[in-house]
Design a binder for this molecule. Structure first.
Ligand SMILES: C[S@@+](CC[C@H](N)C(=O)[O-])C[C@H]1O[C@@H](n2cnc3c(N)ncnc32)[C@H](O)[C@@H]1O
Length: 349
């Protein structure tokens, strides 16, 4: 006769203080916030490892997906991704869901990378910055190479066509990109126009390295040169910069507001004086809305934390140009883009 094992007695404990405490946590939205943060790290990890390329090439068994990787962690990670609806598991094979596809487009990964690759060194130290235990630029810095690479992807997708349109018909032969980041604009422009040469200047040596690599990869390294330099001190720029007849400053000029509005006006006047024959000076600037749509508050936060002058909208930029020796003759916009940008086409008065 087999012994019948008695089920243990189950005692469920409930009391009002505990119930209210748990309710406060669940209704706070924090569970979803934690889940979102981890999902961002997870997508970032997909992109950083061979997993994403393997998943993109079609359904694979776990063994094929995890070849050369930590099997235990990988098995659990794939299970987690399935829980989050990023991959699906069917017939012992994993594949990206439609949501997984959308999360891993080049634009989505670049938007994610700005916040989870370039800025985590800053956003994980908000307390230290607030209490002056850390100072941005001295104790902690953003990842310049990552920022350059992700901005380059976004710029190439949304904004290079606008810049090229603005340059059309201006007979620019040598373009200078001030604050060029990863160099995408100059490289794209040189690829599209075989008669064009370009120079990019940026203060971040790692971004310049990314830019020089990009030029090589596109076979335009003989026409596209990138140098380290301070955009806000034209007197220190290498001579090669002054051969340019078309200039642009994309998503960089607002950083000079940290030195006050007059500093921006003085810089524009200085550039105007040093390039008397320029055919175009195009200033591209993100337009911030100061609300929570389309990550605007995330964009705001990283600017606050890094002591950059905040991006402004066109109503705040136009008076700045008014006070300079330059006149804004045209504004180009592209509203549905990340970041949204305005391009100010400036000429000497
Ligand atoms: C948001 S990124 C934009 C990069 C690129 N122009 C684009 O639109 O994709 C701003 C760039 O300005 C550069 N930058 C900031 N301050 C600078 C300075 N004083 N001199 C030169 N570059 C600077 C940063 O290193 C960074 O690459």
């Amino acid at each position: 006769m087999t012994a019948v094992t008695e089920s243990p007695e189950l005692i469920e404990l409930r009391d009002e203080p505990q119930r209210r405490e748990w309710e406060a946590f669940t209704l706070s939205g924090l569970p979803e916030m934690i889940t979102s943060a981890h999902a961002c790290h997870a997508v970032q990890a997909l992109a950083e490892t061979p997993l994403l390329d393997r998943l993109r090439s079609g359904p694979h068994s776990p063994d094929a997906l995890l070849a050369g990787m930590n099997q235990d962690i990988g098995t659990g990670f794939l299970h987690y991704l399935a829980n989050r609806g990023i991959v699906e598991h069917r017939d012992n094979e994993y594949f990206l869901t439609r949501r997984g596809d959308f999360l891993t487009t080049d634009v989505s990964l670049a938007r994610l990378g700005v916040y989870f690759d370039a800025y985590p060194t800053i956003t994980s130290h908000i307390g230290d910055l607030l209490t002056n235990k850390a100072v941005y630029g001295k104790d902690i810095t953003r990842n310049g190479a990552a920022l350059g690479a992700h901005c380059a992807t976004l710029f190439s997708f949304f904004h290079t066509p606008v810049v090229l349109k603005a340059m059309q018909g201006r007979n620019v032969t040598r373009m200078l990109d001030i604050g060029c980041g990863g160099g995408q604009l100059i490289v794209d422009a040189c690829v599209q126009d075989p008669t064009l040469t370009g120079i990019g200047l940026d203060i971040a040596p790692d971004a310049i390295e990314v830019a020089n690599d990009l030029a090589k990869r596109h076979g335009v390294e003989d026409r596209a040169k990138f140098v380290v330099g301070d955009a806000f001190a034209p007197s220190t720029w290498p001579d090669v910069c002054f051969q340019a007849d078309g200039l642009c400053i994309m998503s960089a000029l607002h950083e000079h507001f940290r030195n006050g509005e007059q500093a921006v006006i003085d810089l524009l006047n200085d550039i105007d004086a040093r390039f008397p024959d320029q055919r175009i000076l195009l200033v591209g600037e993100p337009e911030i809305r100061f609300d929570s749509r389309e990550n605007d508050d995330d964009f705001f936060l990283v600017h606050v934390l890094t002591g950059q002058g905040l991006p402004r909208d066109r109503s705040a930029w136009l008076p700045v140009f008014e006070k300079s020796n330059l006149r804004c003759r045209r504004v180009y916009t592209r509203p549905e883009a990340g970041p949204r940008m305005c391009f100010y086409d400036l000429v000497a008065r």
